[in-house]
Design a protein around this ligand. Sequence first.
Ligand code: IPM
Ligand code: MG
Length: 359
Amino acid sequence: MSQHILILAGDGIGPEIMAAAEKVLNRVNDKFALDFTWSHGLLGGSAIDAHGVPLPDVTLDAAKKADAVLLGAVGGPKWDAIERSIRPERGLLKIRSELNLFANLRPAILYPQLADASSLKPEIVAGLDILIVRELTGGIYFGQPRGIRVLENGEKQGFNTDVYSESEIKRIAKVAFDMAALRGGKVCSIDKANVLEVTELWKQTVTDLAAAEYPEIKLSHMYVDNAAMQLVKNPKQFDVLVTGNLFGDILSDEAAMLTGSIGMLPSASLDANGKGMYEPCHGSAPDIAGQDLANPLATILSVAMMLRYTFKQEDAAKAIETAVGVVLDQGLRTGDIMSAGMTKIGTQAMGEAVLKALG
Ligand code: IPM
Ligand code: MG
């Protein structure tokens, strides 16, 4: 049976990197006889321009019907001054929430070919392969009450609520444990249990679940401030990290930077049934948009993640990842990962090189 993918290229460099990724999707579709179909929709700034809102109903309906969503990036200075409730980022948060994409997988892998690109010493990061499992539809991002109110003395006060229920904690911890079982068997749960009750419950719930259902997993706990430090001090001590929405947002950027190029990192956001939205970890980079400078590899690798997690097409996923490795071995680099002696190429040429390597 044919399966359908909704492509949301988004803003900034989104359309360029997606054009390259779509060619790769097309190629694997033929090569592995996958019977995928896909269509396009608007999300973020481009949707605000066309429909006045960042997540139009037509996009949300299409996303709900699709088997997977492939996303470029959203946002840019053009929409920065817009009222908070309809900013591009709100579209992203709403689609995550409406599709129940509670499990965000953000791998940070250092490609050996790019060891020089990291700002850390090669011996600290060589061989780095960690996975951040970030809760994506709860916590302080969505907690109520929230807002900006005016106090009696006329002063404004901003407030948000960090909230997690046991069931929300359990379902994300399960994802982390299941992922760890397929990798190094270690999970480090990140909290701030010394200060915040919400993460005290987090820590206890994760501990109880591990004891009851995952005795083979090596579980440890770390305060988020220490985790931020350990990630730069000795990142290879980690296998899988699991944490809430806000800590995960911050730590995943830090982990991505350890690898030297956020332009290389894909991500997956999954619901309980394996449906997912796949997107590069980087943003819309408006400063280089439309100039054929962006690195399309994170989006191309997001296609690989989609094939693996939603469609269970491991061979096709591996073929894409191998092709990316071949292209790096050939010395081909976009500007963000350029180093001495390599060949600098543009977005579309990088996409073509991956196609060629795919055969
Ligand atoms: C991310 C981004 C988003 C987030 C923004 C754009 C709302 O930083 O995906 O990490 O904070 O989740
Ligand atoms: Mg972020």
